[in-house]
Every structure is written in C-alpha cells, then in structure tokens.
Design a protein around this ligand. Structure first.
Ligand SMILES: [Zn+2]
Ligand SMILES: [Zn+2]
Ligand SMILES: [Zn+2]
Length: 84
C-alpha cells in the first residue's frame, strides 16, 4: 500500500496552532506580585504601585508559547509520522 502525505499536517508530523493560554497574543495578564493586585505600593499605601502603575495587573510573557503566540503540537491524525 503506497503511503501518502498526511493531509492534516502536510507531512510534517506536527502542527502550528494558536496558543490557547494567551489566545495567540504572546502575553498573559497576571496579577501584580508586588501589590498583589491592589494597585497600591505595599510600603507607601497612598502611592500607586511602581510595578503596575496602580493597575494591579502586569503583562507577562506567555510561558506556554514563549511569547510567540503559536505552539507546535503533535499531529494526532498521523500520530507524528507525516504519513496518512
Ligand atoms: Zn501563549
Ligand atoms: Zn502592582
Ligand atoms: Zn499529520
């Protein structure tokens, strides 16, 4: 039986898909660790937190896709062989 290229991954064996963690943006919004999301400086409470500028959240690079917004996943159709 002749082997053919897997149509799902075009013979590569892996697929590039949009990162589900950051939805392709490459960054994730996280609670600020310095002020714990309050937006206030933990030492001088009347001041805005210098890390998040009072917003209480910071943009962090996505760990799942390393900031690229895309992840390479194993092709389940051909089980990584690239052949149908
Ligand atoms: Zn991501
Ligand atoms: Zn903060
Ligand atoms: Zn495949």
């Amino acid at each position: 039986m002749p082997s053919a290229e897997c149509e799902t991954c075009a013979g590569v064996g892996t697929l590039e898909t949009t990162c589900e963690v950051c939805e392709g943006v490459g960054t994730v919004v996280d609670e600020c660790q310095t002020c714990r999301g309050t937006g206030c400086d933990p030492i001088e409470m009347h001041k805005d937190c210098s890390v998040c500028d009072g917003g209480g959240v910071v943009n962090d690079g996505c760990v799942a896709c390393r900031g690229s917004g895309q992840v390479t996943v194993f092709c389940e159709t051909c089980e990584g062989s690239g052949q149908a």
